[in-house]
Design a protein around this ligand. Structure first.
Ligand code: GLC
Length: 542
């Protein structure tokens, strides 16, 4: 068997740099702040860090609007700080993964600025088109992922440009071979600096096969049938592999693949396009697009989705939260058993087959903010778009806020809670860029430096996983139980590990045949034949 890759063995920790640790007291997290916490990250047992974008950017979409791929935003520090982070991380056996955002750039990127000149070679880096009806209407009826038209008119050019996200994020035209050349130069630049690989942002929609009108009626993402996982997209990813990664064995490529299906998922993996990719199906399960009709979380549905992907893919990028999702404890728990839920989710994520991703704060069970009551508090550009539309339609503010609350990405982006001091130890500033969750005084990393905490649970489980061939390589077999009881077996070379989860508030009888095993870790102190609310155990079966 081929030698196992680093990414096949260890968990990845996701850092949202703006909210991780502020070293210079400006209320914004930075690279030096991350460096100061590297020992904490090492002690957690993770061996890779995925950094959300830290490039120069006007921050309209918090860095997913890149103005220069080869420089660091001054809010976060300098290129020297970045080099130091890569080195210091390596000293601790930790590798850095960057975010590669190349479906679009910022409208402040020099390519886009130059592209406004029709005679410039950069004009063809983007989708500049004449509009319909004598140029008075957008070239097609597509809508942006953040709602509203996907086109913006620029009078000085006399043309419209395509933006699948905010209007400050113009889409690159991947039909132009120069775009591939530029992106390969960015990838090489960072690999040469010693980064281990990339998480590739919305990478399965970069190739627009045609710009026809869509016949669907989606409020956001209308037109997707013309750009989601097209042949041209696969071709580009293969070219990147051929040109770069086939020659660099020790690297990783992770796809953020919106609405991916299993057929394309298999192609991504089997045809070397990615080493792993993120699915979204399990993240939709409690989201409702009807403001008057909320959708309740159902563990059965959630687990079914996870099982299906586990069964059908050779490898998965497993995650239960990230910077775009609300906090998993709040979403998937009952609001009462938060600690138990946090550990249960940790056990699930860390014992599935694939690479587990742990998002900053997940390892201490951070929760959503109580509620965003005022528009002024929201920073998430997607939410601001929706609130603007709601206002124009005279939609009652209370409903609008409630509706966006289920999507509000700011929930996950509040500062990391380090200790009980001012701003949760995140920053010494008067105000932080997003408010710190008021529960920081009791819920913080320092308070969890003790046996039995969520943090302690994560450390122990990750340490176990890092040494367990069965969890790293074992097969996956789901078990069928009734109600909210779930279980699956990982098996390798005769060793069988059972993850058993009571994903509900009621006590459940432990199935008799699994009572004999040895409990490796559990979120309740003592075992027994009953699984209590949200009880989860990892058991070595005899
Ligand atoms: C990805 C990012 C998200 C961003 C979007 C556009 O989904 O995770 O934060 O807004 O892409 O770049």
């Amino acid at each position: 068997m081929a030698k196992k890759k680093y990414w096949q063995q260890f968990p990845i920790y996701q850092i949202y740099p703006r909210s991780f640790c502020d070293s210079n007291g400006d209320g914004i997290g930075d690279l030096q702040g991350i460096i100061s916490k590297l020992d904490y990250i090492r002690d957690l047992g993770v061996k890779m860090i995925w950094l959300n974008p830290v490039y120069k950017s006007p921050l309209d979409d918090m860095g997913y609007d890149v103005a220069d791929y080869k420089s660091i935003h001054p809010d976060y520090g300098s290129m020297e700080d970045m080099d130091l982070l890569i080195q210091e991380a390596r000293k601790r056996d930790i590798r850095i993964i960057m975010d590669l955002v190349v479906n679009h750039t910022s409208d402040e990127h020099e390519w886009f600025i130059k592209s406004k000149d029709k005679n410039s070679p950069y004009h063809d880096y983007y989708y500049w088109r004449k509009g319909k009806n004598n140029n008075t209407e957008p070239p097609n009826n597509w809508t942006s992922m953040f709602t509203g038209p996907a086109w913006e008119y620029v009078p000085e050019v006399g043309e419209w440009y395509l933006h699948l996200y905010s209007k400050k994020q113009p889409d690159l035209d991947w039909h132009n071979p120069k775009v591939l050349e530029e992106v390969e130069s960015i990838i090489t630049f960072w690999l040469d600096k010693g980064v281990y690989g990339f998480r590739c942002d919305v990478i399965n929609q970069i190739y627009k096969e045609s710009l026809e009108d869509s016949k669907t009626h989606a409020m956001s993402g209308r037109g997707m049938e013309f750009y989601l996982m097209k042949e041209g997209n696969h071709k580009i990813l293969k070219a990147i592999y051929e040109d770069i990664f086939s020659k660099r064995e020790d690297a990783v490529m992770i796809g953020e693949t919106f609405n991916v299906d299993k057929e394309n998922g298999l192609r991504f993996l089997n045809e070397h396009e990615f080493d792993m990719f993120f699915i979204f199906d399990h993240m939709y399960i409690d989201k409702s697009y009807n403001p008057f009709w909320p959708r309740r979380f159902k563990a059965k549905k959630f687990m079914d989705i996870i099982y299906q992907w586990q069964l059908e893919m050779p490898w998965m990028a497993n995650y239960l939260e990230n910077h775009d999702q609300r906090r998993s404890v709040t979403r998937f728990g009952d609001g009462i058993h938060n600690e138990e839920v946090a550990k249960l989710l940790g056990l699930l994520n860390l014992t599935l087959r694939g690479t587990p991703f742990v998002y900053q704060g997940e390892e201490i069970g951070m929760t959503d903010l109580p509620y965003y009551e005022m528009r002024e508090q929201c920073k998430d550009v997607a939410v601001l778009y929706i609130l603007d539309i709601a206002k124009r339609l005279h939609f009652p503010n209370r409903f609008a806020l409630k509706f966006v609350n289920q999507f509000n990405r700011d929930h996950a982006r509040t500062p990391m809670q380090w200790d009980e001091s001012k701003n949760g130890g995140f920053s010494s500033a008067e105000t932080t860029w997003l408010p710190v969750n008021p529960n920081y005084q009791t819920l913080n990393a320092k308070a969890q430096e003790k046996e039995g905490s969520v943090l302690d649970f994560y450390r122990k489980l990750i340490a176990y996983r890092n040494g367990s061939k069965t969890l790293q390589e074992g097969s996956f077999k789901p078990l069928k139980f009734k109600g909210n009881l779930f279980g699956f077996i990982r098996e390798c070379e005769g060793e069988r590990l059972l993850s058993i989860l009571n994903f509900g508030k009621k006590n459940v009888k432990m199935p008799a045949e699994y009572l004999k095993g040895e409990t490796i870790i559990s979120n309740y102190p003592d075992g027994g034949d009953t699984l209590r609310p949200y009880e989860a155990r990892l058991i070595k079966l005899s």
